[in-house]
Design a binder for this molecule. Structure first.
Ligand SMILES: C[S@@+](CC[C@H](N)C(=O)[O-])C[C@H]1O[C@@H](n2cnc3c(N)ncnc32)[C@H](O)[C@@H]1O
Length: 197
């Protein structure tokens, strides 16, 4: 990997270590339960989760609103962060189903594991890993979900190829993300982090 791509990845990790460990500090973009509610999550469902679970939520939309999960489904949460979507998905798929969360930031993975315990769900597992090299077997996932992650991935075609590799035939992806608006100027696009300012 080139030095500048390496630096990009280091910057991204540092940003999310801060979201995981210092959610009360000033962040570059909205996080936490109030942000989840603004993005369309059911307020009662968010309020019912322990505060430690929702404080580091950093999504940009609600991928769970894009389709119904069925009892028994296997769900993969790519870039799971502190695990809010994973935990909500785990409750929907129930004990016959399971949710695998993957995130490249170790501090997020540790927090997601702690959060699953705090929320009382037992059908989740969380792994440190990268979206372009998912630590998941071929053809084992019914629904892949992702919230605010693809925009951060340096090789998007490789990530999509990984999603197709792990999905079962007939599986699907439900994702929320940010996109560049064509009215943005080149200067705005070039300014690192402009999407979240
Ligand atoms: C905007 S946050 C969203 C976290 C979570 N999905 C949520 O909704 O709260 C993006 C997350 O993606 C992770 N991430 C960024 N690039 C990644 C990659 N290439 N592979 C795996 N995780 C990545 C970050 O560590 C961070 O936890």
């Amino acid at each position: 990997m080139s030095e500048s791509l390496d630096q990009n990845k280091t910057d991204i990790k540092q940003r999310f270590v801060k979201v995981a460990l210092e959610p009360q500090a000033k962040q570059r973009h909205p996080i936490g339960p109030a942000s989840a509610k603004r993005l369309g999550y059911d307020a009662a469902e968010i309020d019912a989760l322990p505060a430690q679970v929702t404080e580091s939520f950093a999504g940009v939309g609600n991928p769970l609103a894009l389709g119904e999960l069925r009892a028994g489904d296997t769900v993969l949460d790519i870039g799971c962060g502190a695990g809010v979507d994973s935990i909500l998905a785990a409750r929907r798929v129930g004990p016959p189903g399971r949710v695998v969360g993957v995130d490249m930031t170790e501090e997020m993975v540790k927090k997601a594991k702690d959060n699953a315990v705090a929320a009382g769900v037992t059908n989740t597992e969380f792994h440190t890993g990268e979206a372009d090299r998912l630590p998941v077997e071929n053809g084992t996932v019914d629904v892949a979900i992702s919230n605010g992650v693809f925009n951060l991935c340096l090789d998007k075609p490789k990530v999509l190829a990984e999603v197709f590799r792990v999905l079962r035939p007939g599986g699907r992806i439900q994702m929320a993300d940010v996109m560049l608006d064509e009215r943005m100027t080149t200067q705005q696009v070039d300014r690192k982090g402009a999407w979240s300012d």
